[in-house]
Design a protein around this ligand. Structure first.
Ligand code: DC
Length: 228
């Protein structure tokens, strides 16, 4: 069967990664969570004192980029790659609210984006990948054979992310999570470099009131049309 690239973009916390992972498992493809890569750079910047409230030391971070080694190591239990930052597994540390609060600012830096995009393009060179992010269908793989743009209402997304964080024992309120989701949407949509936007040829999936099974049925029909 021919191998394709599947690009899944959309708003934060609308289940892109779970959906992308399920599609990858179904097709035997590699799943790449590009948000994790931006979160890894953000964690590095925080640890090196380059993030001060809403301010990020853009010049220092851009200079340090070649030293920030980012890769994935497959985690059998999660059926996905854990993020490895300079040799350390930081999959848990990149999901904290501290990183979530800073990541949109770090990922708006052009030098950061250029480096991540180049790495992502290399990862998809042999196709057979499902990549989720914000600019996969517009910038990373504008020729992807299947592009999906996901969305869901802010309330549904905040609730989902809140439950995820609460299950991990993070001490946050639903209101804090809701504010973070809305603020990230705003920054992601208004940045100059590769803003979050639906590619003209992306299929829209609003999963506000869809189960995972319903989403899989939806994509199955589409995949059959492309792959058979
Ligand atoms: O998917 P996520 O919420 O883990 O992504 C974290 C942040 O990274 C998100 O706020 C925007 C940024 N991001 C991006 O700018 N481009 C991507 N391709 C993926 C994520």
């Amino acid at each position: 069967m021919k191998k394709i690239i599947i690009a899944i973009d959309g708003y934060s916390s609308c289940g892109k990664s779970s959906f992308a992972k399920a599609i990858a498992a179904k097709l035997g493809y590699i799943f790449i969570d590009t948000g994790a890569m931006y979160r890894g750079v953000t964690l590095w910047a925080i640890r090196h004192g380059m993030v001060d409230g809403p301010r990020v030391d853009e010049a220092r971070l851009a200079e340090a980029l070649p030293a920030i080694d980012i890769s994935f190591a497959y985690n059998e239990e999660r059926k996905a790659g854990d993020l490895i930052l300079c040799g350390e597994n930081v999959e848990a540390q990149i999901r904290t609210i501290e990183v979530s609060d800073a990541v949109s600012r770090v990922s708006a830096i052009p030098a950061v984006r250029a480096r991540m995009v180049a790495m992502q393009q290399a990862m998809g060179r042999d196709k057979g990948v499902v990549m989720d992010g914000r600019d996969i269908g517009t910038t990373v793989f504008p020729d992807a054979e299947l592009k999906i743009f996901m969305t869901a209402s802010v309330d549904v997304r905040a609730e989902r992310r809140y439950k995820e964080l609460a299950a991990k024992g993070e001490n946050v309120t639903l209101e804090e999570v809701r504010r973070n989701v809305m603020e990230r949407d705003r920054i992601d949509e208004t940045r100059t470099e590769s803003p979050l936007r639906r590619a003209d040829d992306a299929l829209l999936l609003d999963n506000s009131s869809m189960t995972v099974d319903e989403q899989m049925d939806w994509v199955d029909t589409i995949l059959r049309g492309i792959l058979e």
